[in-house]
Design a protein around this ligand. Structure first.
Ligand SMILES: [Fe+2]
Length: 199
């Protein structure tokens, strides 16, 4: 997915948006306060993205919207943390997924998104998040993030350890819930096998 010519392995993609062409890490972000030398917990990641949200000069120039897909820029990648800016519009939707072994956090810096937590035997637990709000999740959590509203949305994401694989969920024709392991380099979208979860 990367458009660079280096031999580096593909970068993970958070909630699965597509990588923009020619993106580069923004070095000042690496100096933001955070635990060093170990993986971060969900609450620690939430504190990191909240601090990043308060520093728009580090990412505002990267905002760009694409009606056909989520647009993203990698902001930081090291041994314990990856961070992205993601731009949403037109009801862009990840579908239900997990983050394999990674915890994560999201801060909303533009527009509004909904986070749904998958619930068996009932409607998904839905929470709306607007500018100034944030949330976190553990590797065990299954969620779906989708754009809502008429205005485009912008979100900041952080994952620890860096995302390598994700699990995408769908209901098979016989009604059995299935988890599909996908590379973090794949753009997540709702899986349509016999129908989309949560609808
Ligand atoms: Fe996610």
């Amino acid at each position: 997915m990367s458009t660079t010519t280096s031999t580096s392995p593909p970068r993970p993609l958070g909630c699965g948006p597509r990588r923009s062409a020619g993106s580069r890490a923004v070095s000042p972000i690496a100096s933001l306060a955070r635990p060093r030398g170990r993986d971060l917990s969900g609450p620690e990641l939430q504190a990191f993205v909240a601090e990043l949200a308060d520093r728009p000069e580090l990412w505002i120039h990267l905002v760009k919207h694409d009606a056909t897909q989520r647009f993203y820029e990698e902001l930081l990648s090291d041994d314990h943390l990856t961070a992205w800016l993601i731009c949403w519009m037109n009801d862009h939707d990840t579908g239900f997924h997990d983050h394999d072994t990674s915890a994560g956090a999201v801060a909303i810096v533009g527009g509004c998104v909904h986070e749904d937590r998958l619930a068996i035997g009932g409607a998904p637990r839905n929470r709306a998040f607007a500018v100034g709000e944030s949330f976190h999740f553990s590797p065990a959590d299954i969620h779906r993030v989708r754009h809502v509203g008429s205005d485009p949305a912008v979100t900041l994401h952080a994952y620890s350890p860096p995302l390598q694989r994700m699990g995408a969920y769908a209901v098979a024709a016989d009604g059995v819930l299935a988890r599909h392991s996908v590379s973090s380099a794949v753009e997540l979208r709702p899986l349509h096998i016999s129908g989309q979860l949560g609808r």
